[in-house]
Write a protein that binds this ligand. Structure first.
Ligand code: ACO
Length: 358
C-alpha cells in the first residue's frame, strides 16, 4: 500500500512527461521551453491530435464554442454567493455530457466564459458576449473588463494557459481519468477534475500565496514571518512538489512572464521585489528545515503574481487554472476512455473484524 500513490504508475500517456529529477516538462514531444511563443490554441491542437479528430481550425471552433456556451449562463443569485470555483462547477454541471469533440469544446470554453460572467455578476455588472473571432486569451480578458486588452496582457495570459495546459497524472487529471474509465463522459470527468483542483494542495494555492505576501508586507519581514509559519507547522504556499526534486520549470516560465509584465508597468515593482525576497527567504529556510527533501518554488508562486497583475481577484485564480488545464483533462479523459479499461484499485481493510471471526 502506497499512501498517496507516490511513485505508482497508473496510466500510459502520450500527452505529457513530467521529469521530476531534471525539472523538465514535455507536452506531446515539445519541451515547455520551446512552447514559449505558442498560443493556447496551438497547444490544444497538440493535445487533441488523434483524440478528437475533425476539429479543423481549432481557434475558430473554440471561438464558436465560447458563443454557444454563453447561452448556458444563468443569473441565479444563489450562484453569486458561492466561491467562484463552486459557482463555475455548478454551471459546468448544466452542460450536456458526451464523448465527442463538441462536448470537449464546450467544456474548454466553459471556464473561459463563465468565470468573467460570474465576476461581473457579483459586482452588479452584465456579462459580456464572447467574440468568436478573437483569440482565447484576449477574449477572456475582454469579457472580464469590457475593454480590449493590451497585447502584453494577452501574451501573459496565453503564456499562463500554455504553461498549465497539461502536467502528467496530477490529482485533477487522475480524477478525470478515473471518471472517464467508467464511461461517464467528458462533462462528468471535467466536474471530477474541477473538484480535485480546488484544494490548496493542488490548484488552490495561488490565492493563499498572495495572502502570505500581504501578511509579510515588506521584504525585511519575510524571514521572521516565514520562520514563525514553519515553527507553527504550516506549509509555505507555492513551494514543494510531489514529482519535482528540482525547480518546477513552470515557475521559471511564469517568472519570466511576470518580469515582462513588470517591464510594461503592469506590476508594481515593489510587489515584485517583495515576492522575490519572500521566495529567496523561503527557499533558504526550507533547505535548512528539510535538507533531505528538496523543496523548490512551484508553479503556483508566480501564478499568483501574474493573475493578480491581469486583474483577476484571488478567489477566481483556481477558475483561471481550470481554463488552461481543461485542455489536458479533455485529452487525458479521451485517452483513458479509449483504453476501455475501468480504473479500480484495491484497498487494504484495517477496520474491526466481525465478532464471530475474532
Ligand atoms: N512548506 C513546508 N514544508 C513542506 C512543504 C511546504 N510547502 N511542502 C512539503 N513540505 C514538507 C512536509 O511537511 C513534509 O515534511 P515531514 O516529512 O516532516 O512531514 C515533507 O516536506 C514532505 O512532504 P510531503 O507531504 O510528503 O510532500 P508531497 O509530495 O505530498 O507534497 C505538495 C506536495 C502537496 C505540493 C506540498 O509540497 C505542499 O503542500 N505545498 C504547499 C501547497 C502548494 O504549493 N500547492 C500547489 C502545488 S503545485 C500544483 O499542484 C499545481
Amino acid at each position: 500500500m502506497v499512501n498517496g500513490l507516490e511513485d505508482v504508475i497508473a496510466a500510459e500517456t502520450v500527452l505529457s512527461d513530467v521529469d521530476g529529477a531534471n525539472g523538465r516538462l514535455v507536452v506531446r514531444g515539445v519541451s515547455l521551453d520551446d512552447l514559449g511563443g505558442s498560443r493556447y490554441e496551438d497547444v490544444l491542437a497538440l493535445l487533441f491530435g488523434g483524440f478528437f479528430p475533425g476539429y479543423g481550425n481549432l481557434a475558430a471552433s473554440l471561438g464558436a464554442a465560447r458563443v454557444e456556451v454563453f447561452e448556458y449562463l444563468t443569473r441565479d443569485p444563489a450562484l453569486f454567493r458561492l466561491p467562484p470555483i463552486d459557482a463555475m462547477r455548478a454551471l459546468v454541471a448544466r452542460l450536456p455530457d458526451g464523448d465527442d469533440l463538441g462536448t470537449a469544446l464546450r467544456l474548454l470554453a466553459a471556464p473561459a466564459v463563465f468565470t468573467p460572467a460570474l465576476l461581473r455578476f457579483s459586482s452588479g455588472k452584465d456579462p459580456i458576449l464572447p467574440e468568436a473571432s478573437s483569440d482565447h486569451a484576449s477574449d477572456i480578458l475582454r469579457m472580464c473588463s469590457g475593454k480590449a486588452p493590451r497585447s502584453e496582457q494577452s501574451a501573459a495570459l496565453d503564456r499562463y494557459l500554455v504553461t498549465v495546459a497539461d502536467h502528467g497524472l496530477n490529482a485533477s487529471t487522475f480524477a478525470a481519468r478515473v471518471v472517464a474509465s467508467t464511461g461517464a463522459g467528458l462533462t462528468s470527468s471535467a466536474l471530477a477534475a474541477l473538484s480535485a483542483l480546488k484544494g490548496p494542495l493542488h490548484g488552490g494555492a495561488p490565492g493563499p500565496v498572495l495572502d502570505m505576501l500581504d501578511a509579510i508586507g515588506q521584504p525585511e519581514n519575510a524571514l521572521g514571518w516565514l520562520t514563525s509559519a514553519l515553527e507553527r507547522g504550516e506549509r509555505l504556499m507555492g513551494f514543494g512538489h510531489r514529482i519535482y526534486r528540482v525547480r518546477d520549470p513552470r515557475a521559471d516560465a511564469l517568472k519570466t512572464a511576470v518580469r515582462m509584465l513588470a517591464q510594461s508597468g503592469a506590476i508594481d515593482p515593489a510587489r515584485l521585489a517583495l515576492a522575490e525576497a519572500v521566495e529567496a527567504a523561503a527557499l533558504d529556510l526550507l533547505k535548512h528545515k528539510k535538507p533531505d527533501r528538496p523543496l523548490e518554488t512551484n508553479v503556483e508562486f508566480y501564478t499568483a503574481l501574474l493573475l493578480e497583475a491581469l486583474g483577476f481577484p484571488r478567489a477566481a485564480f483556481t477558475c483561471v487554472f481550470a481554463m488552461g488545464r481543461m485542455g489536458g483533462w479533455m485529452a487525458h479523459a479521451r485517452e483513458q476512455a479509449l483504453t476501455g479499461r475501468l480504473i479500480r484499485p484495491k484497498s487494504v481493510y484495517v477496520g474491526p473484524v466481525p465478532r464471530e471471526a475474532a
